[in-house]
Design a protein around this ligand. Structure first.
Ligand code: ZN
Length: 710
């Protein structure tokens, strides 16, 4: 799954301390893995749909084996379904009872452990509230049916055992009016037309076992774009009007699968890979072989710079291994799906867009988690207290877990890390897994016991907060580096044991040394014969952490120009402390204009922007023409904060000429900050413009409200 998260363009203040929990997650009830007394083997689901009446009817022929002796009654999950009859394999009726959530089938005899039981549930349903959706035609989408079986809603469209630890094979035999196409899991066995009734029957077969929350169905007048990776069919199921955009939006899919094939050391396991758009999805859902994506994935070319879905496309594709091939055993283990999916989309971003974009993507993920930690709560990543499975799909599960995997890779090394992933997939293919299975996989491959790492970062809440300082002694030619862990341990956050790389740059050489942090307070000594230009804590940015590192102006200016993108951005924000120093201002101005990476230019502009000095107006106006739209957004936002009426003409010009929807939106907001009522008609006209996620209309409405306040 992928939720849509607002992109955080700012660096979180690193001076925050953890507040008391705003949401007490420890008040949530304990949830245990469900007990069961049978193992479902196969569902043969045959349904006939009437899209006009929002109605479907049919049956699920269920094959299972009891996990105990004397098995006489079978409980199935079923909601919003009207069961008409249950019959045994000889087509004789079986007694059954139905409550809101369950069907109890009374079998014709008592079965013993390991025997095979088969029976058929005949049922119908009208427009369920969840699980399966009928959508009428709208300007955005045609008439269609789509499903969201995640996390436990498959049983709203077929009776089944609906918990992820039970994996089954299935067939989906779906009859619809012949103007519609049908997508489901697995491979398409046949399409049979009934000319007399004007219907078609699609027979899909998923021959490898998967969990019920990964079952899907999409019915509609789709256009199907065919692509491939070698012999693997890759298809994109989109609305007719979206075909041209879909061709370039999805075109990297085979490349993504190819990359993951080699990265994970496990060939894509399924019969095909399809992606289909749906009005019922915000981000995406990684149904086996057939990912459903929100229709926001489709946009015009100029929206790509601000609204690219490439990361989501990669994320959902990665789930075909992490989530679908091996699957969380229970909802306390969500990170085994989502942190691995999120880490995979980072790995793809780095592979496809290079080291700087990769580093910045990882920083953004860390900041998403830190925001949740500061504003809402902290919890262990593996967490068995929740009201609903959805509770655990938060910024601990997605970005924090991804950042923890990156640390784990740093601790055990690149090759052992990827060897472990490969082993974990092969050892547990088509199974449900928990965190201990992963811990054991590390021991299997590396011989190393990493339980201490999991104890700190997976089973305990929080993260380290380092306070770092150093002195250089000319006489002894030594750097003394002091590291203090200042996190509040009262909420169960530990004092961490973790290696870290200290980087030291002098005029003559560079030193990178790995040291181990093990105590609340520690001092390290390094011999260097010259005064250092830069001392870097966590060179390579491997750790999930907050930190303070007090530095003088000279060192910050050096770091601003010479460190990696994360260090340069950090130095830019630190220089706000030196607002009265012309050298600091010159340094920031230089980076705003000349840094090769957009996020450093953006960070320099945002830092200078907080100072609101008139001398920087010219710089910000110039940066409204930066080649990167995110930098232009920063410049436009900063300019708006001056609240100068004469800037409005610049914002209007920017709105008319900028090719970025987000920059246009920012220009409108800045009119709201600087303008008066004479600009309302311009804003009202602007509000009519169509844009992805309605960013233009929302910005215009906000600006109108601002002006009306005054
Ligand atoms: Zn996901």
């Amino acid at each position: 799954m992928k939720r849509l998260v607002a992109i955080l363009s700012f660096l979180l203040s690193l001076f925050l301390v953890l507040h008391a929990q705003k949401v007490n997650v420890y008040e949530r009830p304990f949830q245990y893995e469900r007990s069961r007394d049978y193992d479902a083997k196969h569902y043969r689901i045959a349904l006939t749909f009437d899209l006009d009446k929002k109605y479907f009817e049919g049956e699920n022929k269920i094959t299972l084996t009891p996990l105990r002796d004397d098995f006489k009654e079978c409980l199935l999950d079923a909601e919003e379904l009207v069961v008409a009859a249950v019959t045994n394999s000889e087509n004789m009726p079986l007694q059954f009872t139905q409550t809101d959530k369950l069907i109890t089938v009374h079998l014709s005899k008592a079965y013993e452990y390991g025997e095979t039981v088969t029976f058929t549930v005949k049922y119908h349903a009208t427009n369920p509230k969840v699980g399966l959706f009928f959508d009428e035609e709208s300007p955005a989408n045609p008439v269609m049916v789509s499903t969201v079986s995640w996390p436990d809603r498959a049983h709203h469209w077929f009776p089944c055992y609906d918990f992820p630890h039970d994996k089954v094979t299935d067939e989906m035999i779906i009859t619809v009016k012949n103007k519609y196409k049908v997508l489901s899991n697995g491979k398409l066995v046949s399409v049979k037309e009934d000319k007399k009734n004007g219907t078609k029957t699609y027979h899909w077969s998923q021959e490898l076992p998967h969990s019920t929350y990964l079952f899907m169905l999409a019915i509609g007048p789709f256009a199907v774009i065919e692509d491939s990776l070698g012999s693997l069919p890759v298809t994109y199921w989109v609305y007719e009007k979206d075909v041209e955009d879909a061709k370039w939006i999805f075109k990297k899919t085979p490349h993504i699968i190819d990359y993951f094939n080699s990265l994970f050391g496990y060939q894509y396991p399924w019969a095909q890979y399809a992606q289909v758009t749906s009005p019922r999805m915000g981000g995406g859902a990684e149904n086996t072989t057939a990912t459903v994506l929100g229709q926001g994935v489709i946009h015009d070319r100029r929206a790509e710079q601000d609204f690219s879905w490439e990361r989501i496309i990669a994320h959902e594709a990665a789930h075909q291994w992490w989530g679908d091939l091996i699957t969380l055993r229970t909802w306390s283990q969500t990170w085994l799906n989502e942190s691995f999916g999120t880490y995979s989309d980072y790995l793809y971003t780095r592979h496809d867009k290079g080291e700087d974009e990769g580093a910045y993507d990882l920083l953004r993920k860390k900041n998403q988690y830190l925001q949740e930690a500061h504003q809402r709560y902290i919890r262990p990543i593996v967490f068995d207290r929740y009201n609903r499975p959805q509770d655990n799909f938060d910024s601990h599960t997605y970005p924090k877990g991804a950042a923890v995997l990156h640390m784990l890779r740093f601790v055990i090394g690149d090759k052992p890390f990827f060897r472990t992933l490969k082993h974990f997939l092969h050892k547990h293919e088509f199974q449900a897994v928990d965190t201990h299975d992963f811990m054991t996989a590390i021991k299997d491959v590396t011989g190393q016991n990493l339980d201490w790492f999991f104890e700190q970062f997976i089973f305990k809440p929080g993260h380290p907060f380092f306070k770092i300082s150093y002195t250089w002694d000319e006489q002894s030619q030594k750097i003394k580096l002091k590291v203090v862990q200042t996190q509040d341990t009262s909420q169960g956050i530990p004092i961490y044991t973790i290696p870290v790389i200290i980087g030291i740059t002098t005029p003559e050489k560079r030193i990178s040394e790995k040291v181990w942090i093990k105590h609340k307070e520690q001092a390290f000594e390094f011999s260097v014969d010259k005064k250092p230009l830069l001392v870097r804590f966590d060179e390579g940015n491997y750790l999930l952490k907050e930190w303070t590192f007090e530095k003088n102006l000279e060192e910050l200016l050096y770091q601003l120009k010479n460190d990696d993108v994360i260090g340069r951005s950090w130095a830019a924000s630190e220089l706000a402390e030196f607002q009265d120093d012309p050298m600091a201002m010159r340094g920031l101005k230089d980076r705003a204009q000349n840094d090769e990476f957009w996020a450093v230019r953006q960070s320099a502009i945002e830092t200078l922007g907080t100072l609101k000095k008139r001398e920087h107006l010219g710089l910000f106006k110039e940066k409204c023409a930066d080649k990167n739209s995110k930098v232009r957004v920063a410049a436009l936002g900063v300019l708006g904060n001056y609240e100068e009426p004469e800037l409005v003409s610049l914002f209007k010009k920017q709105f008319k000429e900028d090719d970025s929807y987000l920059a246009q939106a920012e220009a409108l907001k800045s009119i709201g900050k600087c303008g008066d009522r004479s600009h309302l008609s311009f804003l009202k006209e602007a509000a009519k413009m169509e844009s992805p996620r309605n960013v233009i209309k929302r910005a215009a409405d906000w600006a109108i409200k601002e002006i009306n306040k005054t």
